[in-house]
Design a protein around this ligand. Sequence first.
Ligand SMILES: Nc1nc2c(ncn2[C@@H]2O[C@H](COP(=O)(O)OP(=O)(O)OP(=O)(O)O)[C@@H](O)[C@H]2O)c(=O)[nH]1
Ligand SMILES: [Mg+2]
Length: 266
Amino acid sequence: MDVDQLKEYIQSFNLNNCALGNQGYNRILLQLFGFLGHGKSSFINSCKYALYDKVFTPHAEAAQADGGLTMERKSYPITNNITMVDNRGCSMLNCFETGEIYAQLGNFNPLDQRVEWTKEYEEMLDRLEDVDVEPNFTDITVPIFVYSVKKEIADKEREEIKTFLKNCRDLTGIFPIIVLTHKTSGPFSKFRDMFEGMGAEEIFAVENYTVEDHLKTRGRHLQFLNLIYKVLLDVNFKLKEERNPRKERAERKKFLHRFLHEREQK
Ligand SMILES: Nc1nc2c(ncn2[C@@H]2O[C@H](COP(=O)(O)OP(=O)(O)OP(=O)(O)O)[C@@H](O)[C@H]2O)c(=O)[nH]1
Ligand SMILES: [Mg+2]
């Protein structure tokens, strides 16, 4: 498909048209994760630009410096059915920060609120109970891991990322899509191989549209549109089987309980 066809497909995608209908889901959440300053906010801006904008307007604020800018968990609807979520970037992927990310992925944290990392077991459990007052089980989460190929990676970090990606898969039923940013400024094929070796199924190397450089080209637009298109294929595939949103939420909760319990014991 070319740019216009992809745009049309994405903009008109409706969960009601999946093989067995929406099965109780009403929104696709593309949840972005990754280290500070690796280009999460810029990726959202790029997707919006590729989908709609005649003029480049940064919707999500992107940092000049080395990250830590996005502190809230902010949502950006990109179509009637698809919303992108800019999660707070983390500095490491140790079990302290990943616990919070799993809570976000499981949708146990409200959207559009500031994210505080907490390692307190009791506090996390209390929060899980609190959100049960108004449980959210109508979102399909697709995890997206954003990584800049400009950054070096240590062996320890590699292991942490691998565990993290596998946990995200177990939690959401979809292996995180890998977005390698700054593709023209680093050895992106090295990172592509590395993530493939970790089990990644979809890896996209992109040069984000930024305030400094948003020269629109067909190839650049296609990077973002093809990625969203692949996400929709994943969702279609998932919804070919009978699903039970409430039960899936319960499973996610069990996963999180187990994770927090093990972390506490460590
Ligand atoms: N050249 C280039 N610059 C990029 C790319 N992606 C992001 N940037 C720049 O890198 C800086 C950080 O990008 P952000 O999008 O703010 O990163 P983030 O992951 O949202 O950062 P936090 O919210 O602070 O965690 C900004 O100055 C962006 O303009 C890219 O693919 N290529
Ligand atoms: Mg950001």
